[in-house]
Design a protein around this ligand. Structure first.
Ligand code: SF4
Ligand code: SF4
Length: 212
């Protein structure tokens, strides 16, 4: 029995070819029709590009392909990109090493070592603050949990792949050096790290944490 949700013009058996026209049954014809459409688009775009770049006709735009990474589409304002640590006016981290982000992180990829802050009005400061982006799932919980607004994911940097696992571990110094993205969401700080920056990458570079 036919499903009540089945569209009336859908054959009961998708493999059934009785609804195909005479030429559609010769798939080669359909392939050639597809190639024809591709060819028309290709030459039309090439002509528009030629007008634009060679003859200076600024109104002629070719394909809508974005020449990434030289060109980028604007990112959404709420995009979660590479983390950064917010700095105080003196350049020190705003982070007070409360461990909230480390505790809430579902991927257990934040590692913080707290120490006393020289300023008695500030309780703690992170002596070490590492994020292993190879494990991060970009959930943003660390940002939401932070009571000091000390960690943000607004750098606009999305390209931080590495040839090594150690290259995915971002230290406090690196995270502090990053700047927020520009008005269109594009990064304002350079992608911080060469693909493999020779960090100590040995397995266990980040101490293992016990699972709750
Ligand atoms: S974004 Fe999520 S997974 Fe990544 S460090 Fe923050 S809390 Fe952990
Ligand atoms: S939650 Fe904020 S203040 Fe607390 S350790 Fe994380 S970044 Fe630092």
């Amino acid at each position: 029995m036919a499903s009540p949700y089945q569209r009336s013009n859908t054959p009961a058996d998708a493999r059934h070819s009785s609804r195909l026209g005479f030429f559609q049954r010769f798939y080669l014809v359909e392939v050639l029709l597809g190639l024809k459409l591709t060819g028309i688009r290709f030459f039309a775009n090439m002509w528009r590009h030629t007008l634009h770049t060679v003859f200076g006709v600024k109104s002629a735009h070719g394909a809508v392909t974005i020449q990434y990474p030289d060109e980028r589409r604007p990112y959404a304002a709420r995009l979660r990109s590479l983390h950064r640590l917010v700095r105080r006016e003196d350049g020190s981290p705003r982070c007070v090493a409360c461990m909230m982000c480390e505790t809430v992180c579902p991927a257990h990829c934040i590692y913080i070592v707290a120490s006393e802050h020289p300023n008695p009005e500030i309780e703690k400061v992170p002596e070490r603050f590492d994020i292993d982006l190879g494990k991060c799932v970009f959930c943003g919980y660390c940002v939401e949990a932070c009571p000091e607004d000390a960690i943000r994911m607004d750098t606009g940097i999305l390209e931080f792949s590495s040839y090594s696992r150690g290259g995915m571990i971002y230290t406090k110094e690196t995270l502090l050096a990053l700047e927020p993205a520009g008005h269109n969401g594009a990064p304002t700080s350079p992608v911080p790290i060469p693909a493999d920056r020779g960090m100590p990458l040995e397995r266990g570079a980040l101490p293992k944490r016990s699972m709750p």
